[in-house]
Design a protein around this ligand. Structure first.
Ligand SMILES: CC(C)(COP(=O)(O)OP(=O)(O)OC[C@H]1O[C@@H](n2cnc3c(N)ncnc32)[C@H](O)[C@@H]1OP(=O)(O)O)[C@@H](O)C(=O)NCCC(=O)NCCS
Length: 99
């Protein structure tokens, strides 16, 4: 599944925020990439000007790789913002791209 909605109300509502989740049994089959591409097109068609992810955990290599390959930039790093079950406190990224 994926969903998107304005990242902020009112004067921030031209930036879209989205989230994605693929069922564990079918990871790595290209579904995430297809949803990413679909959501970029759908958000553009809905009139949004940019897409922003507010919290991508830095150790989430598939997600960081996928979004960078779809044109997103890491525009900010939030230090130790996620308490990972294995790695402990890790950084998170804010990722962004214009549509
Ligand atoms: C991120 C997520 C949506 C990707 O879904 P997916 O269907 O597995 O994605 P894809 O099969 O399209 O693979 C995406 C890319 O990740 C890469 N990848 C997979 N495992 C990787 C790893 N350990 N390190 C680096 N890249 C990896 C794949 O090779 C692929 O890149 P490529 O097309 O250049 O080969 C999925 O992992 C997920 O649901 N994670 C949990 C929720 C989450 O983190 N959501 C994202 C934040 S909103």
């Amino acid at each position: 599944m994926y969903k998107f909605h304005p990242n902020q109300p009112a004067r921030g509502a031209h930036v879209v925020n989205a989230s994605y989740m693929v069922k564990p049994g079918v990871l790595g089959k290209g579904i995430g990439r297809q949803m990413g591409e679909h959501s970029l097109l759908a958000a553009k068609q809905a009139g949004f000007l940019a897409m922003q992810f507010n919290i991508i955990v830095s150790t989430n290599r598939p997600a960081v790789h996928l979004w960078q390959s779809l044109g997103f930039n890491i525009i900010g790093t939030v230090p130790q913002a996620f308490n990972h079950s294995i790695h402990g406190l890790v950084n998170t990224y804010i990722m962004h791209r214009f549509l």
